[in-house]
Design a binder for this molecule. Structure first.
Ligand SMILES: NC(=O)c1ccc[n+]([C@@H]2O[C@H](COP(=O)([O-])OP(=O)(O)OC[C@H]3O[C@@H](n4cnc5c(N)ncnc54)[C@H](OP(=O)(O)O)[C@@H]3O)[C@@H](O)[C@H]2O)c1
Length: 253
């Protein structure tokens, strides 16, 4: 068997993942999909979701044995409650589902901003609330913010506001829901399909080249690098109420 360097780094070390049930909301692409793949490789039973059942099932089949796909729109609290009741007791909840929008205040379409708030703020709020009866008392939640909360990016005010609200809510939920642990991942620029919806191909290439020039690490991040941070937060029982920045040093420049 050929063992890849990432597998050597993680395989068998994450004792709170093997044999556990992990629910990853929004896992048909990008960071959610990479997280589901890593948790499965580490021995978890993984439930992934999409707004489209067929898409969730397709991706689950691609990820292989131990992964099942379900449909839920995270903007719908009743649908979240129903899907969690179907899954039964689980150990991990990862909330990556979100829509996307960038644009200056005077120009950004309000309906797209409202969709971002509905999915990324209310979606995570509804998901954690609906998970409470099903999440094991020793379980853990990983929420998603973004480094625009710390590093101003013109055009990203809705992301900044939502991310800051989620980091603050996550710390409060960590206190309220103990001994369950609640932590937040704060990604910088990560090369996922989200950028294809935000920028045309030429603008995306120029943006990524600029990011590579500017960042101390010399490149944008990869989805599996964020997935490793999620796995760390799920695994490590002494990390609680934290915001973990994964940004290649973006906030330093
Ligand atoms: N990529 C970056 O540079 C970056 C930077 C900072 C923060 N983040 C954050 O990291 C998280 C993941 O980002 P990503 O880049 O992996 O995004 P992505 O590639 O666009 O994937 C988003 C996922 O969310 C699902 N989704 C979208 N709206 C949904 C809804 N209303 N209900 C349920 N599922 C929904 C999509 O599935 P379906 O379409 O199949 O439903 C998809 O699987 C997000 O919170 C994002 O804001 C990303």
């Amino acid at each position: 068997m050929v063992v890849m360097p990432d597998a050597i780094y993680l395989l068998g070390m994450l004792t709170n993942i093997r044999g556990k049930t992990s629910v990853v909301l929004g896992a048909t692409r990008g960071i959610g999909r990479a997280t589901a793949a890593l948790l499965r490789d580490e021995g978890a039973r993984v439930v992934i979701t999409s707004r489209e059942l067929a898409r969730a099932q397709d991706v689950a089949a691609q990820l292989g044995e131990g992964v099942e796909g379900r449909a839920v729109d995270v903007t719908d609290p009743a649908a979240l409650a129903a899907v969690f009741a179907e899954i039964g007791r689980f150990d991990h909840l990862v909330c990556t589902a979100a829509s996307a929008v960038l644009g200056p205040l005077a120009e950004v379409p309000l309906d797209a901003v409202e969709a971002l708030v509905a999915s990324k703020f209310w979606g995570q709020y509804h998901a954690v609330r609906a998970a409470i009866p099903h999440l094991d008392p020793r379980g853990a939640v990983v929420l998603f913010s973004g480094t625009v909360t710390q590093k101003v990016l013109p055009g990203a005010s809705a992301y900044a506001a939502v991310g800051a609200a989620i980091e603050a809510a996550g710390r409060t939920w960590a206190a309220e829901l103990a001994p369950r642990r609640i932590n937040t991942v704060v990604p910088g620029v990560i090369d996922t399909p989200v950028w294809d919806g935000l920028l045309d191909a030429a603008s995306k290439q120029a943006h990524f080249a600029g990011v590579a020039d500017a960042l101390p690490v010399g490149r944008p991040g990869l989805a599996r690098e964020v997935a490793k941070a999620v796995a760390f937060l799920l695994d490590n029982e002494f990390v609680d109420g934290a915001s973990l920045v994964i940004d290649g040093g973006h906030r330093l420049i």
